[in-house]
Design a protein around this ligand. Structure first.
Ligand SMILES: [Zn+2]
Length: 476
């Protein structure tokens, strides 16, 4: 709490400075700042314009409300008396509905969710930047570019994955990743590339097999980078950073040379802010969802931590730059995560803290033939009983017999992953109900000018509608 109050003091000081610099006698505050429980903690009265010049939109993919609450337990410092707030908590302004407009399904996937975020249109599951009739719909990123702003997409998934894709491409199905990458390169607005900063995984879709897109971007002046130090040394304001062939490894498992989500956010903001006309940036913590699907609580907490750091970085930037709006939300929840299961009123994050690797990492190692007992010993922070190792070995045998292309492979692999994760899900007392998505409303966090528009219970399409309003208003 002490640190937080210190930040609040700094924020007020910089608001006054900013107000003075712009020639107003008093700093003007965005209306409807967040009412926090303790008014001394109210730092969200920042902002001196109604229409933000810059928008940073952060998507915690799959980050349903139970993820935010579980992460609060996980991040709590044991030395403090009360449970500590997370970086998100002081910026909660409401929640939002996530349902898609799909002929068969009424629980959304990330493609329909992201298209709602990017364009303000409800659509069918799988749709990328197109409406229910497969017609192209304009996105807030495209509007930003039309206004002469700079634009960026950052994700821990493939940069062609549904969420970033829905901001800068238009295809009728999310699996058309080659086409999405092609559109990232080929589509121009006022003769310029749509996206100035592209950071994430998915190198596979930019190589020789798909027309050497990396080379083409490089020729057009983009820095093309493959690791953290190259990224941080990059000088061009346009950058294509591809840090994995497919999804980036989870933070808990990643090699040091890989940038974290916060590092990519830092680089993106530093490049985009060079444009006097402002910027739009989307940052996705994609592997919250990718860990939620196989019910990997260690992976989920690893990625929530990474996402919180990126959010914290973005809000700190917005406190110093009062023309910046921050919005963070989720597209849906995943896995039916529950904080405790069975009859005990206990959830034990300490067990998760002791883990050295995610369930996904250990499962991959074991499936590829590594000795299960050793992988478990290296990945777990507590002793796993022999009967559970036996069960893992039994499931591993079935997976190893199958080819990845076999129909039965996916199920067998999940059964192996379930066996690998059973000890940690039991020890932490974490419950799950599905390997898919769930339809509850998700939290909205917002800060800066215009954040009042995100208050209350809104629809996922309102994110785009509000941002379009802001950008159209400051176009003149
Ligand atoms: Zn998902």
């Amino acid at each position: 709490m002490k640190i937080f109050n210190r930040l609040a003091t700094i924020s007020v000081a910089s608001a006054i400075v900013a107000g003075t610099a712009l020639g107003s006698a008093q700093p003007t505050f965005a209306s409807g700042g967040v009412e926090t429980a303790n008014q001394n903690d109210n730092v969200s009265y920042m902002g001196n314009t109604k229409n933000p010049k810059n928008v940073i939109f952060l998507v915690g993919d799959g980050m349903g409300p139970s993820y935010n609450a579980a992460y609060r337990y996980f991040a709590d410092k044991p030395e403090t008396k009360e449970m500590d707030k997370t970086a998100f908590d002081n910026f909660l302004v409401g929640n939002q509905r996530t349902n898609p407009k799909d002929p068969k399904e009424n629980v959304t996937d990330s493609a329909a969710g992201a298209t709602a975020f990017s364009s303000g249109h409800k659509t069918y599951n799988g749709a990328i930047g197109v409406d229910e009739n497969k017609q192209k719909v304009k996105t807030v990123l495209e509007q930003a570019k039309e206004n002469g702003k700079s634009t960026g997409l950052v994700s821990t998934a493939e940069i062609t994955d549904a969420t970033p894709a829905a901001y800068a491409s238009h295809v009728d199905h999310r699996d058309k990743k080659d086409e999405i990458a092609q559109q990232f390169y080929n589509d121009r607005i006022n003769g310029q590339h749509k996206v100035d900063v592209l950071l994430g995984g998915g190198a596979e879709y930019f190589g020789k097999e798909n027309g050497d897109l990396t080379k083409k971007f490089k020729k057009d002046g983009y820095d093309v980078v493959k690791n953290k130090s190259q990224m941080q040394n990059s000088k061009s304001n346009q950058i294509l950073g591809l840090f994995a062939d497919n999804d980036m490894p989870l933070q808990i498992d990643a090699p040091k040379k890989n940038p974290k989500l916060v590092d990519m956010t830092d680089t993106a903001i530093n490049k985009l802010k060079q444009n006097q006309k402002g910027f739009f940036l989307m940052v996705e913590g994609a592997s919250i969802d990718k860990s939620g699907h196989p019910n990997d609580i260690t992976g989920v907490m690893s990625e929530m931590q990474g996402f919180e750091k990126a959010f914290d970085y973005a809000t700190t930037y917005a406190k110093e730059n009062p023309d910046t709006l921050i919005v963070a939300t989720a597209d849906h929840s995943t896995g039916g995560l529950s904080i405790a299961k069975g009859k005990d009123y206990v959830w034990n994050p300490d067990a998760i803290h002791s883990m050295k690797h995610s369930g996904a990492y250990m499962t991959k190692q074991i499936a590829s033939g590594k000795d299960a007992a050793k992988v478990i010993k290296d990945g777990y922070g507590f002793e796993v009983k022999q009967d559970q190792i036996d069960k893992i070995n039994e499931e591993a045998k079935k997976v190893r017999k199958l080819d990845e292309e076999d129909k039965a492979y996916k199920d067998a692999y999940q059964k192996l992953q379930d066996a690998v994760q059973k000890p940690i899900n039991d020890e932490s007392n974490t419950g799950w109900t599905t390997y898919g998505h769930t339809g509850e409303d998700v939290n909205t966090y917002a800060f800066g000018p215009g954040s009042d528009k995100f208050h209350g219970n809104i629809d996922n399409t309102d994110n785009a509608k509000n941002i379009f309003d802001f950008f159209q208003n400051n176009q003149q």
